[in-house]
Design a protein around this ligand. Structure first.
Ligand code: PXP
Length: 320
């Protein structure tokens, strides 16, 4: 009997296999405010950028009100909450002052991040294990106010277990080390870092945490992250605001959306192909349908040597 794939066989399978969940794009508009603050005036307005981002396909807006107010200011947060039509994700350090502001503004979500005055950007994830006692009341109080809390963490099981233990419903995996390795063409390091991200995403799902990811993502790395079915949201800022200089913010967001959709679609198509292959080779090969949230598929999308996201040519370019 022929084992070649036939279209008649492919159709019912592709219908039977559910697509992975929609991957939300949270656009971080901090660096629009960075440019504004360079001159101390009112332009460019980050709220205008947020509205445009939503019109271009962003599923939400992320803004980090830093303790030193180096980019986003208090009034930006208030205006964002009042003026945008999609969920607002308030990135904040776990301080009493930020908690008060968050409780007043009542964003849809709050992402707790570590913050050092001297850092250029958020370096590393929260020390959830060491800071459990400090973080737990923030998670509880934000949660009581109806704000969905996430913790920005390194992709480690221990950090996720600790996040779960203090009652956080969501984690955001720090993709910075992986993106850095990709950017510098360090394939071995990129492979290791991606394996950590993949393991953490699977563990998050296993222990019931919603999984987000972000930091340092560009078109190419976002496409690879989209192949992790457990990840339901990416938060991306610096690259998009940089791209906006060349192609405009709207086009940058549309290209990012296309890259993420491509990554998600490829994951699903691969699952369908595997299902077809398993059916064609009969019941004795131990195969069978892998659900679209299949655990192993993403390895092929970016974990292996020479896979996408390993650096090299084409990094950061708009998808075809
Ligand atoms: N997620 C978190 C928690 C962050 O702190 C940042 C940076 O502000 C981002 C995502 C976005 O990172 P980037 O600007 O590198 O895309």
């Amino acid at each position: 009997m022929s084992t070649r794939r036939s279209p008649t066989r492919a159709m019912p399978n592709s219908h039977a296999i559910p697509r992975p969940p929609h991957l939300r794009l949270g656009v971080n508009i901090d660096h629009v405010a960075t440019v504004r603050n360079a001159r101390g005036g009112a332009v460019p307005d980050p709220v205008r950028a947020a509205r445009l981002a939503i019109a271009a396909g962003a599923d939400g807006i992320t803004a980090h009100l830093r303790e030193d107010r180096r980019h986003i200011r208090d009034e930006d947060m208030a205006r964002l909450k009042a003026e945008i039509t999609k969920p607002l994700n308030f990135e904040m350090a776990a301080t009493e002052q930020m908690l008060d502001i968050a409780l007043k503004i009542k964003p849809h979500a709050a992402c707790l991040v570590p913050e050092k005055r001297t850092e250029r950007t958020t370096e590393g994830g929260l020390d959830v294990i060491g800071q459990r006692a400090h973080l737990a009341p923030f998670v509880a109080e934000l949660g009581r106010a109806g704000i969905r809390v996430s913790l920005f963490v390194e992709p480690s099981r221990e950090a996720l277990d600790a996040a779960r233990a203090i009652g956080a419903p969501v984690v955001e995996l720090h993709t910075g080390s992986w993106c850095h390795a990709v950017e510098h063409g360090d394939g071995d390091q990129a492979t290791r870092e991606f394996a950590r991200l993949m393991g953490a995403a699977m563990h998050a799902e296993h222990i019931g945490l919603e999984c987000h990811a972000g930091h340092g993502l560009d078109y190419r790395t976002a496409e690879v992250m989209a192949a992790l079915p457990q990840v339901v949201e990416l938060n991306i800022g610096h690259f998009l605001v940089g791209e906006a200089i060349f192609v405009g913010l709207e086009q940058a967001i549309r290209s990012m959306r296309a890259a993420m959709d491509k990554g998600r679609h490829e994951l699903w198509a691969m699952t369908v192909r595997r299902d077809e292959g398993a059916q064609a080779s009969g019941p004795t090969d131990g195969g069978g349908a892998r659900p679209a949230t299949g655990k192993a598929a993403p390895a092929e999308a970016g974990g292996g040597k020479g896979g996408k996201g390993q650096g090299g040519k084409g990094k950061g370019r708009a998808p075809a």
